[in-house]
Design a protein around this ligand. Structure first.
Ligand SMILES: [Zn+2]
Length: 205
């Protein structure tokens, strides 16, 4: 799950830039409201734990974006209290914000409960550490390390157009000519850290 993609390092590159996919907020939960027409929900910040003898039910509580109606996403159903990690149980009981975040971004939970996540507006790309101008006269090649603060799926092409301020066709041209060397396809979606290289003076022969 935590495998990081790295392209093989071309010789002689010692300059690095850091791009960070900064977290701005939690994704929306795409699930039809039973009351109104909206299909967007937001976490309420609450987790409900119900005990029935030794069996626990745990739900993430979400609210409709339009009418505020609360609904529940099952996290654990009739789980024996002994099967649940005690620290996790405490986080559930205390509505721990880190646990709310983890559950809201949990794509396994989304798949199990048959809803999608909408990551629109959850991130922004920060590219000025330092900023290397792709079109400048500086001939040195460099590596760009892309770090994700949240597992938002972002198309690599969108990272490149935003990061360099270039159009889609220009970015595609740089990739196909080998000026930009990626560890994954340009139209793939990345959601975890990777790095890529910008090779000056054309592709190495
Ligand atoms: Zn609603």
């Amino acid at each position: 799950m935590n495998s990081h993609h790295h392209a093989p390092m071309p010789a002689g590159i010692d300059r690095k830039a850091l791009w960070v996919v900064r977290e701005l907020g939690l994704p929306a939960i795409v699930k039809a409201c039973v009351v109104c027409r909206s299909n967007l929900h937001r976490p309420t910040g609450k987790i409900r734990v119900n005990a029935n003898g030794k069996l626990l039910d745990v739900w993430l509580l979400i609210g409709c974006d339009l009418c505020d109606r609360t609904s529940k996403i099952p996290v654990h159903e009739r789980i024996n209290v002994k099967a649940l990690d005690h620290d996790r149980l405490l986080m559930f009981e205390n509505n721990d914000p880190a646990m709310v975040r983890e559950l809201t971004m949990d794509t396994m939970l989304a798949a199990r409960s048959a809803y999608r996540l909408d990551w629109t507006g959850t991130w922004e790309l920060e590219t000025d550490m330092p900023f290397y101008d792709l079109t400048g006269a500086d001939p040195a090649s460099f590596e760009v390390v892309v770090r994700f603060e949240l597992p938002a799926p972002v198309r690599v092409e969108n990272l490149l157009t935003a990061g360099f301020g270039l159009s889609r066709p220009v970015v595609r041209g740089l990739v196909s000519s080998g000026r930009i060397q990626l560890p994954l396809p340009v139209d793939a979606k990345a959601r975890e850290d990777f790095s890529f290289f910008v090779i000056r003076g054309g592709a190495p022969s």
